[in-house]
Design a protein around this ligand. Structure first.
Ligand SMILES: [Zn+2]
Length: 271
């Protein structure tokens, strides 16, 4: 069993979980703008709105609208349900039950001290932060569940007796969950090895096709298909294509929006 793949998939779920949550409230636009840029823009807008509210000294509560992106909502629900149930299952199979504190002692001062020591040891064992607590740990969410499961896949902490090894059967279940969930999450966020044409948004400088690249673990970039003769004020990649790196994407977003406004105005005038 290839635990490296499983651990990589668990890491992808943790890494992109914040982006997935942010995607809930964004229009489902799989290609442009990339989710991470939208997230930044929203964060900036929210900060401005918060500052404005603070200035007005208003205590208006923010509303929580229904998610706009139903694929993201489905992914959040599917992955959350599966990972919490799986962590429960993994804990039941590998985690030593907590030491039970003594209820009585023999009535002597020495016996009382001994019982107090045992109670303290039992408390310490029960509240060990490495433990998964059935149901109670659900509040800590998907991130902690993935960290916990990953620890068992990696065979962490086997030496002090808190955890036993994960069975082949459970390892397979974890592998299937991690593979399916990572795929679903990356699909919803439009992240992967293949580049995608940005529809209806030609290069504002030369009018050629733009492509979005969102490799795993790297920030998104956009390239223009024309080559070095495109006059866009950005550098070139190793194939001579104009490339907007992550820090150039806000500039590209402005240029694309301006081009679209010009286009809309022209259409409006023609009508
Ligand atoms: Zn171009």
């Amino acid at each position: 069993m290839n635990t490296a793949d499983t651990r990589a998939n668990l890491r992808i779920i943790r890494q992109y979980w914040g982006d997935l949550m942010a995607a809930l409230d964004a229009d489902p636009q799989p290609v442009w703008p990339p989710q991470r840029l939208t997230t930044e823009m929203w964060a900036r807008r929210d900060a401005e709105a918060a500052a404005e509210r603070a200035e007005r000294n208003s205590d208006a509560l923010g509303d929580s609208p229904a998610p706009l992106n139903l694929d993201a909502a489905q992914a959040v629900e599917d992955i959350t349900t599966a990972v919490l149930a799986l962590a429960d299952q993994v804990a039941a199979a590998t985690q030593r039950p907590a030491i039970q504190p003594p209820h009585v002692h023999d009535g002597t001062p020495g016996g009382a001290r001994f019982a107090a020591d045992l109670r303290a040891a039992a408390d310490l064992d029960r509240t060990d932060p490495r433990r998964w607590h059935y149901n109670a740990s659900w509040a800590n969410g998907v991130h902690w569940a993935c960290v916990y499961i990953d620890g068992r896949v990696a065979g962490d902490d086997l030496d002090d007796g808190l955890f036993g090894p994960l069975s082949e059967h459970l390892l397979r279940e974890v592998a299937v969950f991690a593979d399916n969930s990572a795929r679903q999450l990356l699909r919803v966020l439009g992240i992967g090895t293949r580049s995608t044409v940005i529809p209806d948004r030609p290069c504002p400088w030369c009018g050629a096709e733009l492509r979005m690249h969102q490799p795993i673990d790297e920030p998104p970039t956009v390239t223009c298909s024309t080559g070095p003769s495109c006059t866009a004020p950005v550098g070139q990649d190793d194939r001579g294509r104009r490339v907007w790196a992550w820090h150039d994407l806000a500039q590209l977003a402005h240029a694309l929006d301006a081009a679209e406004r010009r286009h809309t105005t022209t259409e409006g005038n023609a009508a």
